[in-house]
Ligand binder design. Structure first.
Ligand code: HEM
Length: 125
């Protein structure tokens, strides 16, 4: 038997639009793009739950058994697991500047520069 494909959270985060939407429920990854318009609860709620582990969202609604059976139709592969934090607006829109610079580094850097300038200032006196 062929091995089932395994998808990571990072893979899932790339499919969070109404043209291409993946959902993770109970350790399985589903491609629910074709189901978005059909979903009785509306397509927006599914989109909001995409790109993360949506198990909790799915269960909180108390979906019927027929809703659970529907999942099989959209099965894509297994979920590799990991952080189930929601996709941030930044990650979803891809609008980050792309630079890896962290502002956490800026403060210590400024302090070092200030110390050097201050030493210079003291020597001048
Ligand atoms: C692929 C996954 C999903 C399938 C197959 C599915 C299927 C369904 C079905 C068949 C219904 C009609 C009621 C029922 O039979 O239980 C429903 C209702 C609903 N679903 Fe989903 N659903 C999915 C994912 C989600 C997710 C992730 C959310 C996010 C919160 C959600 C929220 C809702 C809501 C709010 C309703 C309306 C409940 C109501 O009218 O009382 N569903 N869904």
């Amino acid at each position: 038997m062929a091995a089932k494909p395994v998808y990571t959270l990072e893979d899932c985060k790339k499919h969070v639009s109404d043209k291409d939407c993946w959902l993770v429920v109970h350790g399985k990854v589903y491609d629910v793009t074709a189901f978005l318009e059909e979903h009785p609860g509306g397509y927006d709620v599914i989109l909001t739950s995409s790109g993360k582990d949506a198990t909790q969202d799915f269960e909180e609604i108390g979906h019927s058994n027929s809703a659970r059976e529907m999942l099989n139709k959209y099965y894509l592969g297994e979920f590799a697991g990991g952080d189930s934090a929601p996709v941030t607006a930044k990650a979803a829109s891809g609008s980050s500047s792309g630079s890896g610079f962290s502002f956490g580094l800026l403060l210590p850097l400024l302090l070092i520069i200030a110390a050097i300038v201050f030493q210079f200032y003291l020597k001048q006196k």
